[in-house]
Design a protein around this ligand. Sequence first.
Ligand SMILES: [Fe+2]
Ligand SMILES: [Fe+2]
Length: 274
Amino acid sequence: MSTKKRSNESLATSRVWLEHFETNRLTAEDLPWDDGYLLTPSERRAIERSVQQFQLGEGAQGRRLLARGQAQARATGDILFPEALTLLIREEQRHSSQLLRFMRLQGIPAVEKHWVDSVFRWVRVLAGLELELRVLVTAEIIAVPYYCALGGATRSALLRSLRKRILEDEAGHLQFQASMLSRLESRRSQFLRRLLWQAHRWFLVGTCCVVWIEHRSVFAAAGRLFRDLLRDAISEFSGLERAARSRGAKAKQIDLTNRFLPAGTTRPEEGASQ
Ligand SMILES: [Fe+2]
Ligand SMILES: [Fe+2]
């Protein structure tokens, strides 16, 4: 494929993602904020520390990621990519502010530092754009089983609505990441790509172990075991890998997190291919 054609395709994809994030923003606050449910002491014990940590993690500024995205845009001619990346980061920050609003309603204080968050940020400092996206996408994959469990850990209608909304957003993020990873690795040999995906899979398994140690009270309150977390995370990962690798081969789209989404949810990438 010529460089110009590749650049035009990338631009078209970024444009569709911009529209997706813009449209998504319009309904972002449609949540039952006036739900007066107060967590029981045992519900609060199960989620408090965990939700504090996720609220912190979702709130990253993403300045370094954006700078890398701008460098990528200059190199490929996809001038809309940094804007799409900015809107993705804003969606993550919105998750953080919505979790914070929920925490305030429940009298749960925010935290400013956590070692897991610091380790993730440190790894991303060392990485280039692709590795940084892979670290980020690992957190997004794990967010799927995590938010599923969080919604089931209490009887708060607000938290359940928040779970649904975040899962819908994250499904979009995973598709976005699949298309970005596909682009970034398109010039590599099949062998190297397979090796990278294999290494990434083991990084995910390691991260699942850390997440289980740190957040098992949430999974336990929702009646979920470590093997459920691992199975769901690996299933999301396999979907991401298929979507990223098949996009280069022009295969059909693969839905990620489809089992968690309401029927009829569309994917921005579907529009890009029309
Ligand atoms: Fe998020
Ligand atoms: Fe995300």
